[in-house]
Design a protein around this ligand. Structure first.
Ligand code: NAP
Length: 253
């Protein structure tokens, strides 16, 4: 598995780039938004809780990084038309996109498949998978306008090897890897857009605390610690790398 845990990003790695981050209000997405901005990017903060996005916006502004933008969206209810509207707004404002980090997702239930609630199954697949397809489809023309665009999808270890009781979440992550591979293969010879996935690995966020309530958070890496791989994939050093699955943390020995 590819791992760039030790990658050292130049300060101006993302200077002038326009990058969308979903789930930018909390956890790994928040950290990625702050880190991309600190490396020069104009970040478009997408997520469902506007107050959290506003806090990230303020943190970026106070640090003197490029002024970000906010797009509140609830992936559960958003329709393909909503993503087309968003693409139109982004085109008006920026004219192109240089990167998208698909990061937002929900955990759903930790239950055997035989007892999995069908409504929650549909909700998880809608938020974790269908929204990514709708948004990818709507944003591709804008990404094509960049000379060097990068799409990064977020996977999980349960999206690479099935694990009991992880239900719709695991299935949505397998499908995310499938979306990544299929799109990467379609674009490889016709476009400069690169498409890859990252498995963050165990990371100290509310999702992790919810999934592993008995774990000591101090023993889990912080979102800030796993940023090198995210920066590598968003910046020009990864040009030409496509269709690959990355790990943001080295394997446990
Ligand atoms: P998190 O702390 O729960 O953050 C998830 C973000 O997604 C939040 O900002 C949340 O918004 C947003 N979001 C969730 N549902 C949404 C919806 N319906 N519409 C719009 N935004 C929505 O999770 P995390 O741990 O940072 O996880 C980030 C990514 O890494 C996920 O794809 C997760 O599957 C993956 N991952 C995490 C770990 C880990 O150990 N943490 C391990 C493997 C993979 P609110 O702020 O409003 O809640």
């Amino acid at each position: 598995m590819n791992c760039y845990f030790d990658y050292s990003a130049p300060k101006d790695l993302l200077k002038g780039r326009v990058i969308v981050v979903t789930g930018a209000g909390d956890g790994i997405g928040r950290s990625a938004a702050l880190s991309f901005a600190a490396h020069g990017a104009t970040v478009v903060l997408m997520g469902r809780t506007t107050s959290k996005l506003e806090k990230v916006y303020d943190d970026i502004e106070q640090a003197g990084h490029p002024q970000p933008a906010i797009i509140p969206i609830h992936f559960e209810g958003a329709t393909p038309h909503d993503y087309e509207m968003i693409a139109g707004k982004l085109e008006e404002e920026f004219g192109r996109l240089d990167g998208v980090l698909f990061n937002a997702s929900i955990l759903g239930l930790r239950t055997p498949i035989s007892q999995y609630d069908t409504d929650i199954w549909a909700q998880v697949i809608q938020v974790n998978l269908n929204s990514q397809f709708y948004m990818t489809r709507a944003l591709l023309p804008l990404l094509e306008k960049s000379t060097d665009a990068s799409i990064v999808y977020t996977s999980s270890s349960v999206g690479r090897k099935g694990r009991a009781y992880w239900g719709a979440y695991a299935v949505s992550k397998f499908a995310t890897e499938g979306l990544m591979q299929t799109l990467a293969d379609e674009l490889e010879n016709t476009s400069s857009i690169r498409v890859n996935s990252i498995n963050p690995g165990a990371t100290r966020t509310s999702m992790r605390a919810y999934a592993y309530p008995a774990e000591n958070p101090a023993e889990v890496r912080t979102p800030e610690e796993i940023m090198p791989t995210y920066l590598y994939l968003m910046g020009a050093d990864s040009k030409g790398t496509t269709g690959q699955a990355f790990d943001a943390q080295p394997p446990k020995i």
